[in-house]
Design a protein around this ligand. Structure first.
Ligand SMILES: [Zn+2]
Length: 293
């Protein structure tokens, strides 16, 4: 094609190519990782941005984008934004605490980004447990029910802002610790949450708003347990409780009293085991206490 026969559209396209600007119809989603460099156990926010308002209804009504990391697929949910800002979707990845440090690929909508995973240097806790307490025996149906609670993926986002500490007590055991029990380092084990050294009967608070997905008494491993579904793959657990004040299906508010500290189930003394799961992976709650996702 020479200059004489080139159409105005050709010139417009050429100009946009030179300027590095895509036409609205061709605008691909931009993929961003926040942060792009995360520690083991940290949550990574995956943001998909459509820079311009979608040009046609087919794109407006598109299905939710999917994000791929390792062998898992994550749903991205639309965030409320002003039309002029384009559209944003967010997926949350809980980097597993036992994932080897290194570079990993996160893919979505034909784009990919490198996620650098750094070593968290979790310590090892040495425990002595009396015979009969040094096992992970569970009640019939217990593990299945807890797994089902971890896997909840409600489209609604119930939480707003930072998460609250579920107990005013000091933290006696941090997230990610490996354990040596009676001289044996437990294989494939890391501490999946935080232990709060609350005295028996002290209040346990909902870390954020959500819907109670589990309120069960008397399990061998977890004892009395509550779990709250915060939506979009974020679920919190409150374990070894002496009392439970909520029912399954109930909506709770951030900071609401949901139970009391106890030593039910496999516990060597009164404490609250609190854990936060993000798309089925245990994540370090400390990050959620200090920033909004
Ligand atoms: Zn614990």
């Amino acid at each position: 094609m020479n200059a004489k026969t080139a159409s105005p559209v050709f010139w417009l396209l050429s100009l946009l190519t030179v300027l590095g600007t895509d036409l609205p119809a061709a605008a691909a989603l931009e993929l961003e990782l926040q942060p792009a460099c995360a520690r083991q156990g940290e949550t990574v926010k995956v943001v998909l941005r459509q820079p311009l308002p979608a040009p046609d209804a087919a794109v407006q009504d598109r299905t939710l984008p999917e994000v791929h990391f390792g062998k898992k697929t994550y749903s991205a949910f639309l965030l409320p934004t002003r039309a002029a800002d384009g559209r944003l979707w967010r997926a949350l990845i809980g980097v597993p605490a036992d994932l080897s440090p290194g570079d990993y690929v996160v893919k979505a909508e034909g784009q990919e980004k490198t996620l650098k995973v750094l070593d968290s240097s979790f310590g090892v806790q040495v425990l002595r447990l009396p015979a009969g307490k040094d096992n992970f025996d569970s009640s019939p149906g217990e593990v299945e029910a807890v797994d089902a609670a971890k896997a909840r993926l409600s489209p609604e986002q119930y939480w707003q802002g930072k998460f609250l500490r579920p107990s005013k007590a000091r933290i006696s055991s941090p997230f990610g610790l490996r354990r040596r029990v009676n001289g044996v380092l437990l294989k494939d084990y890391f501490h999946s949450g935080l232990d709060f050294a609350g005295s028996a009967g002290s209040p346990v608070l909902a870390t954020q708003s959500g819907k109670v997905s589990l309120a069960h008494r008397g399990w061998k491993l977890h004892g009395n347990i509550v779990s709250i579904d915060h939506g979009q793959g974020v679920v919190s657990f409150y374990i070894h409780l002496s009392r439970i004040y909520v029912k399954e299906g109930e909506l709770v508010k951030a900071g609401q009293k949901i139970g009391a500290v106890g030593a039910t189930g496999r516990a060597s003394g009164p404490h609250l085991h609190f854990s936060l799961y993000v798309n089925r992976d245990a994540t370090n709650p400390m990050n959620w206490f200090s920033k909004s996702y």
